[in-house]
Ligand binder design. Structure first.
Ligand code: CTP
Ligand code: CA
Length: 229
């Protein structure tokens, strides 16, 4: 293992990996969140470290155990704007970004400074506004040689929707996830994905552990960085 760590395909490379779900505060005690466990992103961080990379792991809310490794630096960024700032900062000096986090698409338009109380008939209407798209922003900002990989969580029209994200976000690859299939995706130990790249036929990786999928994503990253084989 030690030999692989020091001579692995990602030796000398820095990868930024995001994991978990972001939370958008509603008031001092409440937030809007999602069920992401962080398992996929954490597995990618470990696999990248095993392949010799220095990893900047940026986590939102995670229920999986965080890695302890000299090769992995963990930064917590709970809200989408905190995650955007952390990614933007760490990606400047990195070779690749892998956005495995389930980032909130909307946040409350106003953050109440006091706990929201029940009123009248008890109904409450929330006004939500869009968050910034971190992956799309990094896709635009990336320098020549920097690699950006995103995920796509879909319940329908997987290839069509994921292909649209590949283009719109200027990603080098999209890991497309059918989150409607039982036993894979959110919170599970297994995953099954389809890899999309510009002008390449889709690549299907059938159901297997997230750790094995992570190793394949790391090998793909090395290939896109033109290191390893
Ligand atoms: N993503 C991001 N910032 C956001 C939303 C998503 O960086 N505000 C990233 C995710 O981390 C993922 C990719 O974009 O790598 C696709 O996320 P997904 O939720 O599948 O797609 P969206 O573009 O948000 O579109 P939608 O949810 O409407 O399908
Ligand atoms: Ca989304």
């Amino acid at each position: 293992v030690q030999d692989y760590l020091t001579n692995g395909p990602l030796k000398g490379k820095t990868l930024v990996v995001t994991a978990g779900g972001t939370r958008e505060a509603l008031d001092p005690v409440r937030y809007l969140g999602n069920r992401s466990s962080g398992k996929m992103g954490i597995a990618i961080a470990k696999a990248a470290a095993n392949a010799g990379a220095r990893v900047e792991l940026i986590v939102g809310s995670v229920s999986a155990e965080l890695p302890h490794s000299d090769h992995i630096t963990v930064t917590q960024a709970l809200s989408t704007s905190a995650m955007a700032a952390a990614v933007s900062n760490k990606f400047q000096n990195a070779d690749a970004l892998i956005m495995a986090a389930a980032v909130a698409d909307f946040r409350p338009a106003v953050l109440a400074d006091q706990k929201i109380k029940k009123h009248g008939d008890g109904t409450l209407t929330l006004h939500l506004v869009p968050t910034e798209d971190i992956l799309a922003k990094m896709g635009v900002q990336k320098r020549s040689g920097q690699v950006v990989i995103g995920f796509a969580a879909e319940t329908n029209d997987l290839l069509q929707n994921a292909n649209a994200k590949l283009q719109k976000k200027n990603a080098d690859a999209i890991v497309a996830n059918d989150v409607s299939e039982p036993g894979i995706g959110f919170g599970t130990d297994d995953n099954a994905v389809t890899i999309l790249r510009p002008n390449q036929a889709p690549l299907r990786w059938s159901r297997q552990s997230k750790m094995m999928i992570a190793e394949k994503i790391v090998a793909l990253t090395a290939k896109l960085l033109k290191v390893g084989d």
